[in-house]
Design a binder for this molecule. Structure first.
Ligand code: BYC
Length: 311
């Protein structure tokens, strides 16, 4: 089949809402687009373990520590499903990690902010995982089969993550004046970066055109952001937190909240490597990746010993 025929056949499958599977013919640009997005998603899950990992030893109770450990372990699992999904597109794990270390591959803006207090762990679970679920539920219907299937399990786990974060915030808002202040401070610092997680406005989103044509994206950045705002503002009100946006206002006609302008300069600064913790996050990853080289070598040697023809 020539290139035009392959592309035609491929687009017909997409238009019929069929999943594209690893061995199906696909345009190079579709493959590249998916490698970019899935690998960035995988890197986000793994780098996202750092701000939370910082609090394992300082969790305020054994219960809180067990929950946090389980959550962080889930994030590692999400990273693994996603790296595996990306590898089905004919790229090796080594290449994906090299792209992260060189700065060629991005990861979510949100993980370049520090987790300063225990309330930040609540805010990460509630707001960051909450934003991630809204985006990922829509990705369950993305056109690439392995990515969509990874999303099913990830979404189930993220919903537990979101609830544990909300529980921490609700607990603190029921506590002393100092605890309430700490929860509000975390809300103030994580709200805007959480809105940025959905990416630039659709009109400034260079990847959205192809993403819609190929049904990688089913909903736009702005529609998902709005959905997140509408459900989260109500949750904040229930526990007495104030959303740090003076322009936030219910719009009766549109039946959704109007919200203030997002600081896109800050977003661009953070995603181009100049946020508060970018260097720390990457240096940490490089250090432990290098220190873990012997584990990868040993695992490879073992698998070759028990299955000499496997590789
Ligand atoms: N951060 O054309 P656009 C988690 C980049 S982890 C950084 O709209 P697209 C968790 C974008 O890559 C969940 N960069 O892009 C883990 C592009 O640059 P490149 C993470 C961003 O791809 C541990 C440029 O801006 N979720 O939940 O159509 C603990 C223009 O954007 C961001 C995912 O990764 C950003 N926020 O749409 C706790 C979801 N936004 O690549 C929790 C999967 C945009 O051309 N990804 N950029 O150089 C997606 O759904 C889409 O990639 C996005 C962006 C909606 C994020």
């Amino acid at each position: 089949m020539n290139v035009a025929a392959i592309e035609n056949d491929f687009q017909q499958k997409i238009d019929k809402d069929l999943f594209i599977e690893p061995k199906d013919a696909m345009p190079d640009k579709y493959r590249e687009h998916l490698i970019r997005q899935i690998s960035q998603h995988a890197h986000s899950e793994v780098i996202g373990m750092q701000p939370e990992g910082n609090w394992i030893n300082r969790a305020p109770s054994l219960r809180a520590k067990q929950i946090l450990l389980a959550k962080i372990q889930d994030e590692a699992g999400h990273g693994l499903y996603l790296y595996s999904a990306a590898e089905t597109l004919n790229i090796s794990r080594e290449e994906l990690i090299a792209q992260l270390h060189s700065g060629k591959a991005k990861y979510s803006n949100i993980f370049n902010y520090p987790a300063l207090t225990w309330a930040d762990i609540g805010a990460i679970g509630w707001l960051v995982d909450g934003a991630a679920i809204v985006n990922q539920v829509s990705l369950q219907r993305t056109s690439y089969g392995p990515y969509a299937r990874a999303m099913f399990r990830i979404c189930k786990e993220e919903s537990f993550h979101q609830r544990q974060g909300y529980e921490i915030m609700a607990h603190m808002m029921n506590g002393t004046a100092e605890q309430k202040e700490m929860a509000q401070d975390a809300m103030n610092r994580w709200w805007w970066p959480s809105l940025m997680m959905f990416g630039p406005h659709d009109s400034d989103s260079p990847n959205s055109g192809n993403a819609f044509k190929w049904k990688i994206k089913r909903k736009g950045n702005d529609e998902l952001r709005q959905k997140f705002i509408d459900k989260t503002v109500q949750q904040a009100e229930v526990i007495g937190l104030t959303v740090p946006d003076p322009d936030l206002k219910w719009n009766d006609e549109k039946q959704c909240y109007d919200y203030g302008e997002i600081d896109w300069d800050e977003f661009n600064k953070v995603i181009s490597g100049n946020g508060p913790c970018n260097k720390q996050r990457i240096n940490h990853h490089i250090k432990y990746h290098n220190e873990g080289a012997w584990v990868r070598e040993a695992a490879l040697a073992y698998s070759q010993k028990i299955q000499p023809n496997a590789i």
